[in-house]
Design a protein around this ligand. Structure first.
Ligand code: HEM
Length: 178
């Protein structure tokens, strides 16, 4: 089933969820590793190229997934979930969405701070869309880094919560997105 039902997420929601999850974890690991590469490393140019290309791919998937989430019905709440769990999970999702947008925009602004466009998988280029401001690379670099660290922290809590529901509470939370 492509669409969500009251008891299950549909195929499209599952695909968006796991594509975004894999891209975020992969981009974090790649970003974390690539900033310490030496100028003489073979990956010095290639790692940022893939980081930026997959980052733009994430931006495209993420925007489509947000549109999908707003027009599609959500499965109903699981009865055994406590009120505070539902509130916390909703707030965490809102915060993750906010952080992802910040990371995508700041990433784009770091890459285009020197008036260079972003080359996406050698297929097309996104030109710098805004006039650069003073110290753009440093300021957006700090925003990018700390939002990415905070995002990964929340992703870990989100994963632990899903595993707790699956193995400890033994409810349907994880199963219905798998
Ligand atoms: C959710 C998606 C993303 C995550 C989780 C992520 C994560 C990271 C991390 C952890 C770093 C290392 C930060 C540091 O320690 O200084 C980094 C660096 C970087 N990212 Fe991303 N990133 C994402 C998306 C993007 C996008 C879309 C672009 C550009 C189109 C981008 C461009 C860059 C650049 C240019 C750097 C190097 C910054 C520097 O040299 O200081 N990132 N990213």
């Amino acid at each position: 089933m492509l669409r969500n039902s009251p008891s299950q997420f549909g195929l499209l929601s599952k695909l968006f969820h796991w594509a975004v999850a894999i891209l975020i974890i992969g981009l974090f690991a790649l970003g974390f590793w690539m900033v310490d590469l030496s100028y003489y490393s073979d990956w010095y140019q290639t790692a940022p190229f893939y980081h930026e290309s997959f980052g733009i791919l994430l931006a495209l998937i993420f925007i489509v997934s947000i549109v999908w989430r707003t027009i599609e019905i959500s499965p109903t709440n699981i009865a055994s979930h406590k009120h505070w769990e539902m509130v916390a999970s909703k707030q965490a999702k809102l915060l993750m969405t906010f952080l992802i947008f910040n990371i995508l925009i700041s990433g784009f602004l770091i890459s285009t701070a020197d008036f260079r466009g972003v080359n996406v998988f050698n297929l097309f280029e996104i030109p710098p869309l805004f006039e650069a401001f003073e110290n753009q690379e440093d300021i957006t670099g700090q925003i990018h880094k700390w939002c990415a660290y905070l995002l990964i922290g929340i992703v870990v809590v989100h994963m632990v919560a899903a595993l707790k529901h699956h193995f400890y509470d033994k409810d349907e939370t994880l199963k219905r997105i798998l």
